[in-house]
Design a protein around this ligand. Structure first.
Ligand SMILES: Cc1cc2nc3c(=O)[nH]c(=O)nc-3n(C[C@H](O)[C@H](O)[C@H](O)COP(=O)(O)OP(=O)(O)OC[C@H]3O[C@@H](n4cnc5c(N)ncnc54)[C@H](O)[C@@H]3O)c2cc1C
Length: 388
């Protein structure tokens, strides 16, 4: 029995932990060093039905929602957040179809994502459209029953390895944000190629790359919702998926905390195990408190979103911001507990510290998330914090 997880979710969590321990842990250091995508592990995740977890049952999934996507991401991230992102990035790419796709789009695209045969990706960001997503320059010019896409997307997770992409482009630049439109674009479509492959500080086992559209012809049936609704599609998708980033951060923090406790029990200085020093104890106790708080917030948030709670923007922003700040603090202090050894690549905590940083940046920086929360406070008053 788990206070916050159903039996089904608990089973999924246990299976994810087993995969993380048996398949990911032995090669995480090598993947990080080489910056290599874990194709074999992704295949294993697929065979274990991990990708089915967040896809609705009607489309060959298990129908366990954002909760399943989050706890699987948490467990993978406890061992390697880079590998976890290959999984979570596909969840992010599938979400717009799950939440807002037509019946035909769901039938056509979701089963192959559920089986893990195909990965998905979500492409909003551009060189001049990061936090200000309204400044998208990629265009989609109407041409009969098709749209012609031109432009470049930047920093796209699962860039080269995905098969199904959600691309936000502007079909009517004069209308600005009201021209933005969400398209499903398949790998292999003429005029769609890949640009720069990024070399990153952390989450190095995930692929981040540019998507280049050069007169890429996409049928109008691949529009999600309708022309001009792209900003809504993008924002709703991210509002739902941010709990997953929180879960990723939570997993990283958990992994670093475990490594710090294990090390503090073994390492001796001044004739004692360092866990006996109260300043070390204070760091470990603070880690434990903050991880428990982060987990309670994440699990409550994901249950709220799966339970059709309508305050999902505020909830997602809070989970992501809190957990990512916790992950950064916990991993930094885990390195501190390990002293000079923590700084070395022989121990996992320096990687976890590098991996943690991204969770404060992507899917909307923590500065932007704080603005989102503050906007809700200004609009609706202080009572927004007691809504569960
Ligand atoms: C590894 C990685 C993977 C990614 N994956 C994806 C993906 O799959 N799909 C996708 O679409 N995007 C992806 N991104 C993009 C990511 O979401 C953006 O990098 C992020 O939203 C920030 O945008 P930016 O980098 O342009 O920073 P900027 O917007 O230029 O921000 C720079 C700084 O200014 C601050 N700032 C900006 N505006 C304000 C403001 N109004 N008030 C206060 N501070 C402000 C920011 O908080 C930040 O500190 C990824 C990025 C990385 C690094």
């Amino acid at each position: 029995m788990h206070l916050l997880l159903s039996e089904e979710l608990l089973e999924v969590k246990q299976l994810a932990r087993q995969i993380a321990e048996e398949k990911i842990k032995p090669i995480r250091e090598e993947l990080d060093k080489k910056g290599e995508f874990p194709h074999e592990i992704i295949k294993h995740m697929a065979q274990s039905d991990m990708f089915r977890a967040f896809i609705p049952e009607e489309y060959d999934g298990l129908g366990l929602g954002i909760s399943a996507m989050s706890i699987v991401t948490e467990e993978f991230s406890r061992v390697c957040a880079g590998v976890a992102l290959g999984y979570a990035g596909s969840g992010l790419g599938a979400l717009p179809i799950v939440l807002m796709g037509t019946e035909e789009q769901k039938k056509k695209f979701l089963p192959s994502i559920a089986s893990g045969e195909k990965l998905a990706a979500f492409a909003l960001t551009e060189a001049n459209a990061g936090s200000d997503a309204s400044n998208i320059q990629t265009t989609a010019k109407k041409d009969g029953d098709h749209y012609i896409l031109n432009g470049t997307k930047q920093f796209i997770t699962n860039g080269e390895v995905a098969s199904t992409y959600i691309v936000i482009a502007n079909a009517d630049p004069i209308k600005g944000i009201r021209g933005l439109t969400a398209f499903i674009v398949e790998k292999g479509t003429e005029g769609f190629s890949f640009g720069k492959h990024e070399n990153k500080m952390g989450i190095r086992a995930s692929i981040t790359s540019e998507l280049v559209f050069d007169n890429c012809k996409v049928h109008k049936d691949n529009i999600i919702l309708s022309e001009g609704k792209g900003f809504k599609v993008a924002m709703k998708t991210l509002d739902f998926s941010r709990v997953g980033v929180g879960a990723q951060a939570l997993g990283i923090a958990q992994g670093a905390y475990e490594a710090a406790v294990e090390y503090a029990r073994e390492r001796e200085q001044f004739g004692k195990k360092i866990i006996n020093f109260q300043l070390i104890q204070a760091m470990l106790a603070d880690m434990a408190i903050k991880i428990e708080a982060a987990r309670a917030l994440t699990y409550t948030g994901m249950a709220y979103i799966d339970g059709n709670g309508n305050d999902y923007a505020r909830v997602g922003a809070m989970v992501k911001t809190f957990c990512s700040d916790v992950a950064m603090e916990v991993t930094t202090n885990a390195v501190q507990v390990l002293g000079g050894y923590g700084y070395m690549k022989e121990y996992p905590v320096e990687k976890m510290m590098r991996d943690a940083k991204i969770t404060q940046i992507y899917e909307g920086t923590n500065q932007i998330q704080r603005l989102v929360i503050a906007k809700e406070i200004i609009k609706r008053g202080a009572e927004i914090t007691d809504m569960y």
